[in-house]
Design a protein around this ligand. Structure first.
Ligand code: ADP
Ligand code: MG
Length: 337
């Protein structure tokens, strides 16, 4: 009897110890709605109270970013846009907003202007700024041609220390194509500062991971361009961002024609020949800017523009549902569709 008692006591002690030690557990926060999307955070390897505190800190950061960077509701960005439209300069005190502008200038140049966050007026012309996209006919060719002639671009935007101005009053900034990628970069940085080494932050299909899930890499599902189910899986370990741009979530429809929310700044029209692009890169803002730029580049040009932007891991789905990818992506991704 005695040995059995000792064994049971030993087992009980181990169980209790395991109960106190949460470091081998996954903490999955309740999805939160911010940034116009659902944000999911998973953390591995720290006690639950630490994970919970970290999630609270990130939630507060996301809400601040949303308020500061919003292109259409009163924010530091809408104040800047009003100044630029009047030909005035503005001093930007928010470091993250200034960084978004700097990064956007850089990525716009490397994408030959296909990624162009100066196209706020065009977005408004199409009605993609509002939660409820319009049901009526799309803008006329004349309206689009008029906007194309104004040609606002990030090259028009001048940054002098923290003073921002524009040489073209048609510039209206909207960081919808890069903000979520940059937000997940900042969220992962914050988690690291809080002593967390293994986590995923997913802002509506724009995600960044760091570390591992225990002794295994994180496994990420890439959404099917139909918006239903998963197209592929990819394993991620270390620090990497996986970002998908597509037409499945946001579009408007008129007389049976679907108009994608990603617009070609050269024509003012929505993209047509790719339906989704996934980019994996270390930087979330690069992956986000590139995924939008490659949607615009289309079937013929996506590989050239990807090279120019310095992204090697790319998968695209075209309008016939054909999947193509770079050789580097082929080695990483498992198609399940
Ligand atoms: P998602 O919003 O699905 O993450 P994107 O990262 O591609 O997709 O961002 C699309 C948003 O970016 C659009 O809703 C619009 O606000 C803006 N946008 C559309 N076309 C462009 C473009 N060519 N360059 C920069 N921003 C764009
Ligand atoms: Mg993008």
């Amino acid at each position: 009897m005695k040995p059995l008692f000792y064994i049971s006591l030993g087992y009980l002690t181990l169980t209790l110890l395991a109960g106190c030690n949460h470091s081998n557990q996954l903490y999955q926060a309740n999805p939160l709605y911010t940034f116009g999307t659902i944000v999911e955070i998973s953390i591995w390897g720290v006690p639950e109270p630490t994970a919970r505190q970290a999630v609270n800190a990130i939630t507060a950061d996301f809400e601040t970013m949303h308020r500061t960077w919003h292109a259409w509701q009163p924010s530091a960005l809408t104040e800047l846009n009003q100044a630029l439209a009047k030909g005035e300069a503005r001093v930007i005190t928010d470091r993250s907003l200034l960084s978004l502008i700097e990064q956007s200038k850089f990525f716009a140049k490397r994408s030959e202007g296909l990624f162009n966050p100066a196209i706020g007026q065009l977005i408004a012309l199409w009605g993609f700024q509002s939660d409820e996209v319009p049901a009526g006919p799309p803008p006329t060719s004349e309206e689009l041609a008029k906007w194309v002639r104004l040609a606002p671009s990030m090259e028009d935007v001048v940054i002098d220390q923290n003073r921002v101005s524009s040489s073209n009053p048609a510039v209206q900034l909207d960081f919808g194509a890069i903000a979520k990628g940059y937000a997940v970069d900042l969220a992962i940085d914050k988690l690291r500062q809080l002593g967390i080494q293994n986590a995923i932050v997913n802002a509506g299909g724009n995600l960044k991971a760091m570390g591992k899930k225990g002794d295994r890499p994180w496994s990420i599902g890439i959404r099917h361009p139909s918006g239903q189910g998963v197209l592929a899986h990819v394993e991620v370990s270390g620090e990497e961002s996986v970002i998908t741009s597509g037409c499945y979530e946001r579009f408007r429809e008129y007389q049976g024609v679907r108009y994608c929310h990603i617009l070609d700044p050269r024509t003012g029209k929505p993209v047509t020949d790719l339906v989704s692009v996934t980019v994996i890169a270390c930087s979330g803002s690069l992956a986000d800017a590139a995924s939008t730029a490659l949607m615009v580049a289309g079937k013929q040009e996506w590989q050239r523009v990807a090279n120019q932007m310095g992204v090697k891991l790319v998968m695209v789905v075209d309008d016939t549902r054909k999947v193509s990818m770079t050789p580097e992506m082929e080695e990483r991704v498992v198609l399940i569709w």
